[in-house]
Design a protein around this ligand. Structure first.
Ligand code: NDP
Length: 294
């Protein structure tokens, strides 16, 4: 099996997404549509793997001939610790969301930051991030994956607010050291967020609060206002409590579907060496999110 996902016997190549839980993922529909449209003999599956079982699962992937994987919650940092070969993006973020099986050697990559920046530009029609102030909620795998690239996009200040303050501290110190951009850690509470929110241009939720329906917004509604850009990385459910309250306050909002599209497109190109069929992938996502049974 080669990293392009093809092999001499023309067997069907296997790709997939690994998460816990994983059944909410729209990646299988998106990637299967892309493979089909380019005539690539491949199938993309979903693997539900507990965090403690990931190291064993990756050993199996290594020998099984699975051609490539995406990693989702809560595996991105664990996967980084399991691998030895990385792209510069994975190395600088300490996270892996894309694995390519290069002839039995697993190679880790991170395409989340590319996905987020492409989606922010597209959804909010932002040409430049110059002098913007960003508040990033969360300091898990996704926040680590995007912080450095956000800081390097020309912004003035990056605030990171997290339930566990030590993790926000670790992320801001690492990002400030690597980029020279001012980064400030905060606890994820109403008082700390209210104190800085007037300076914030773009609020990005990278916590998993909201992934389960009925969970309340990670920040108080009073912090939201007209003119603020509010991006929630969560795409299922499509309208989280945060986005509902942000819309009500007159903010411009977007869920994480565009990030999923663009990070997936980059993973697809890494695996196949081909330009991803963006419109096919976008339509597959639209179809999945507008399914009448949902
Ligand atoms: P992790 O499990 O690595 O991190 C979870 C983060 O959420 C931590 O910062 C954690 O805080 C915080 N958190 C969890 N529950 C709560 C809560 N009830 N209140 C406040 N904070 C909470 O997950 P990831 O970083 O990998 O993913 C985060 C989110 O981003 C997920 O919802 C995921 O679906 C989404 N995502 C979307 C992508 C897309 O393409 N659209 C791509 C990547 C991620 P603490 O540190 O205190 O535990």
């Amino acid at each position: 099996m080669t990293s392009s996902g093809r092999n001499p016997e023309k067997k069907r190549a296997i790709y997939g997404v690994v998460g816990f839980p994983v059944k909410h993922s729209l990646s299988p529909g998106m990637h299967n549509a892309a493979f089909k449209s380019l005539g690539i003999k491949a199938t993309y599956l979903a693997f539900e793997v507990k965090p403690e079982d990931l190291p064993e699962f990756l050993k199996y992937v290594n020998s099984s001939g699975i051609a490539g994987l995406n990693l989702t919650v809560p595996h991105k940092e664990i996967a980084y610790k399991c691998l030895r070969n990385f792209s510069s993006e994975a190395k600088s973020t300490g996270t892996v969301n894309t694995i390519t099986n290069r002839g039995g050697k697993l190679h880790g990559d991170s395409t989340d930051a590319h996905g987020l920046l492409a989606s922010l530009k597209e959804e909010f029609n932002i040409r430049t991030f110059k002098n913007k102030t960003i508040l990033l909620l969360g300091a898990g795998g996704a926040a680590f994956a995007v912080a450095e690239k956000l800081a390097l996009s020309g912004i003035k200040t990056l605030y990171v607010a997290n339930r566990t303050l030590e993790k926000a501290d670790k992320l801001t110190q690492k990002t400030e050291r690597a980029t020279g951009v001012k980064c400030v850690a905060l606890p994820l509470d109403a008082k700390a967020v209210s104190a800085i929110i007037a300076d914030v241009d773009i609020l990005i939720n990278a916590t998993s609060a909201g992934l389960k329906r009925g969970v309340k917004s990670p920040i108080p509604a009073a912090s939201l206002r007209k003119g603020l850009f509010v991006y929630d990385m969560i795409y299922n459910p499509p309208l989280t409590a945060l986005l509902k309250e942000a819309k009500k306050a007159g903010a411009k909002t977007s869920n994480g579907l565009g990030m999923l599209l663009h990070q997936g497109a980059k993973s697809f190109s890494i695996w196949t060496g081909k330009k991803a069929p963006l419109n096919v992938m976008r339509n597959a996502l639209k179809k999945a999110t507008h399914h009448p049974c949902k």
